[in-house]
Design a binder for this molecule. Sequence first.
Ligand code: ADP
Length: 868
Amino acid sequence: MKLGIQKKVVISIVIVGMLPLLVGLYLTYLDGKTTRRNSIGASFQELAKETADKIDMVIGREVIDTQRLALSPNIRAAIKKRGSDPALIHYLREFKRYDERAVHSLLVVDSEGRFIAGINESNKGDYKNENWFTGAYNGDKGRVYVGDLKLEGETDVYLINIAVPVMDGGAAIGLLVIRYSVDKLLSVINSVRIEETGHANLVDSSGTIIMCPIFPLRSHQVSSDLIATISQTRPGWGVVRDDAHGGHGSIIGFAPVRSTIISENGWFDGKRWYIFTRQSPEEVYAPIYALLSRISLFGAALIALLSLMGVYAARKIVKPIDELYKGVEHFERGDLGYRLAIKTNDEIEKLADEFNRMAGTIQETYSNLQNRTMELETSEERYKDLIENSPEMIHSVNADRFFVNVNKTELNTVGYALAEMMRMRIDDIVPDDFRERMKDHIAQAIEKGISTVEAQFITKNGRRIDVEVTATALYDPISGEFVRTRAFVRDITERKKLEGAIRESEEKYKNLFDSLTDSLFMLDTEGRVTAVNRKQEEVLGYLRDIIIGREFPAILSEEDRKKFADLLERTLGGNNQPTVEVSVLNQRGELLIMEMDIIGIRKNEKMDFMVIHLRDITKKKELEGQLLRAERFNALSHFSSMLAHDLRNPIIGIRQRLKSLQSTIGTSNPKVTNRVLADIISSSELLLGLINDVLDVYQNSYEDLPLIFSTFPVTEAVEEAIKLLQIEAEEKNMRVCLHCEDRSTAIHADMRRLKRVFINLLDNAIQYSDAGGKVDITFRLTGDGGDELLFAIEDEGIGIPPLKLASIFEPLYKVGKKESKRGTGLGLYFCKVIVDAHCGKIWAENRPEKGAVFYITLPVRGGEGHVH
Ligand code: ADP
């Protein structure tokens, strides 16, 4: 760049300098040449005229000399007497001597052309036929004759014959001929010199150069052009192509030798003489060339100076531009942080500032762009990834239904490679029977922008899959022409299967619905019947067509309609309703007792419809009545046997003591009698308590069962229970052991009832143990500050099945009927009622070894309470 601008500036300067220089040179050349030509031409013309005049003068003078000599009487006399005499010869010799250099010879002839006298001339006899004779004699009228330049005989010099008549009495009597050498003429010609190459030439009208300082006489011819130019009657000048001396375009000056052009003279054998001056053009124009070369030199120096200045100026301009360029290169390489430091205080500095500002903006924009690009790339990646890995099949087809893109999911599903699919049409993966539908679908997508179709695809391995294709058309945003579709393909094979299954299951459920043993009514939320099953027709006898659309309560008894209205309201409110008994009118108007379940079916969080189950329990009710009666009877017998069992122990005790009393009446000491009586009284009290318990348990309500609280040692109650069951334990050969830390541990509770609890537990322990077993009873104070009593009774008996551990406390509960032949299932229930009334807890566990443990915790200070 730097070089470019510098070059351009220098070249411009050179051109700007060169052009005027060249034009100036050219104009100077033209002008100089013209001026020079004009002045040289004029001076050459002058010189030629001058030279021609000189020639004329030389010839004229010689003619005059000849004429003067011819006037000599000696000559006339000699002619007349037809012979020379020594005086004439002398006279002539004197004449010749007077002009020795010019006069070559003299000759005198008479009118017959006969030799009279001669100097330097031998007598040739008759001269009548000589040109000069005929010319000068002129039929005795006589005239001056000047002959042409001729090479004379053996002398080998050029001579001019000048003949004049010797007149006598008005007629020519003879002729005087003087042969002049051309030396004088030559010296005239040679005297003309213009610088080095300029000289004069004497030419005759035939084109022969007669005299020239360079060539020998008559040795050269001039061109016809040149002769045409110079053969003018007046002097002039011109430029000729060939100046006969090797000069082209030479300036010549010319002028006629006047005496030669006077035609009546007939001199020089009729030839005219001309002078022309010439100079070699190189010499003529040399000053101009010198001037031009001086100007050129000066111009070149000027241009060189200007160029240097140009280079300097260009450097000044280029340097900051170079800086700019460097900066731009930095920017180009992406180094947008680079800043130009140009302080030229001119437009370039402004430009640099603009560049810097622009770079800043670009940098900012670029980084924004980069971020955006990155975001875009990520989002495109994501989008691509989304499309590629979308669980749905996605493809695109063009207007000819050729695939243009297919995602991985679809490729995996149909089993073709992408490259294969790109050569296929959608028709190729659609079975024949769906092809038309697919064509229509694509056409519709193109026309309307979107279309959905259900069809089938055939995979590469021939499997058919049901698909739902939703195609959106993509159009060219500029031309608006359709480009391709983008279709989401859903595999609906499962759905289709499900639909089939649903249809089947609907069928099934309908059958089920109809074949159910309950009468079913489906009601809308207003309580109107929308469907009934077949059983209903059987049981209630209402025909489907009649009952559908009617209000359901219409078939209920009057009393139950209100009940149903409440149920309906609660069901609509979302509550599950318990089974209720209602009286339903059948088609014949009879009242049937039925169990009714009402179930609300919701759809989308809203109650949709209700199903009513009606089970005819008229017969069951009758049976239940009978069963109840039987059960009551059974319970009574159970109760009797239990009572008998419970009463048996104290009564046996009383009987034995009475027997011992009877046997010892009168003999026993009163102490023993008293102890026996006390035992009898205590057993009777126990009996009474027992009867009271039975009354407690079997009374209709347990509420407000009063507890009689007193504080008593626990050992007392426990030992009394052990004592009561002593006989039974002994019968089974069992040991009952009481362990306690502190025998005085007392409790505030209902002693009589707690004693019943201990008796029941110990009775069970003995009863559900094999003979020879052992029962351990323990109690101690626990809890914070010992305010709780923990009582435990362990046996080595059969234990309780783990799942039944909680149930055994329910009333009338028995684990298995055969284990207990005499049990009522009331014992543990009673225990629980009493312990609960004391705000205590009772539970059972199994011992790891064998047998069961029953635990009771009771507050020591007694929770004042009553049975719940
Ligand atoms: P029952 O009069 O039948 O004894 P209970 O209410 O006293 O009535 O007992 C309920 C049931 O709990 C009994 O039928 C028996 O199966 C079981 N059961 C009670 N105590 C024991 C025990 N110590 N070992 C094993 N099973 C027991």
